[in-house]
Ligand binder design. Sequence first.
Ligand SMILES: [Zn+2]
Length: 323
Amino acid sequence: MSSSRSPLNVYITVDTETWCGGWNNIDEKFPQAFSNYIYGRTSKGDYGLPFQLKLLNEHGLKAVFFVEPLFSMRFGKSYLDEVVGLILDANQSVELHLHPEWTDESNKVIFPHINNKREHLKYFTFEEQRELISIGINLLKNSGCKNLTAFRAGSFGANDDTLRAVQANGLTIDSSYNYCIPECEIAAFSDIHQPESFAEVTEVPMTTFIDGLGKRRHTQLTACSFAELKSSMNHAYAHHWQSYVLLSHSFELMKLATCQPDNIVIKRFEKFCAYLSQHQEKFQTRFFNEMKEISNPSTNQPIEVSLLPTVKRYYEQLMRRVI
Ligand SMILES: [Zn+2]
């Protein structure tokens, strides 16, 4: 007798942030950087946040936008209001992302004793991390966010103190654990694949898989072929996984160096969205703020993807460089 089963919860996460390509003359460079990193401005149209939001909504999909707010302490609240407004107006979810590289660029001094560049949250003490997360929450709230639930450290540069600082700020979900990124130094878990508890916080790890050549990869839009994404999601469903996390960025559909659309990645995202909306019996996109109780992890084995989807990625990545 067949029994109905729940679909796999798919979290499309989009880290949403602005960079000025270095730290010199950032006030001059910022307006152009904001256009590129947030709006995905190219000579052939915009492929950033508004494009992503429209595509998601056309397919009836949910996504979590991890928004980096510290940059606004240098360039002004109106920019953060604009980013948050675009996402909330599209009925998608905003959660907190922090790149502490902005800490020493703030117009208002955050830590008087720190005047050097500290790239990752893990380089700050627990108290400092708690303070930075609190500042980030307040910035997002002042720009119109309610009910913040989740956190992701910039570049996954987190440690166990990050999880404690997340909890101390009343957030209940962290998504900073990434097996494939050496900068991630969360030691509380060892190669987890499914949500697990850390005191009051639920860690929802980045999904990773073993590719057709035996290498471990995380499921990032620019780093995998559509065939790898499809295959890994189906593997997760077949093995009764509870959650699958995709990583993307607000600027991931364009080639930043040349300000051109990245047509292969755009097509990949369109295929991914269409596939999810056509297979809702198996895959349901979710917000982190609707996550229910976590079940016992059904597996401690990573996903394996066969050779062909990986070969397709090598071909696509080559084509991205030549066209
Ligand atoms: Zn980031």
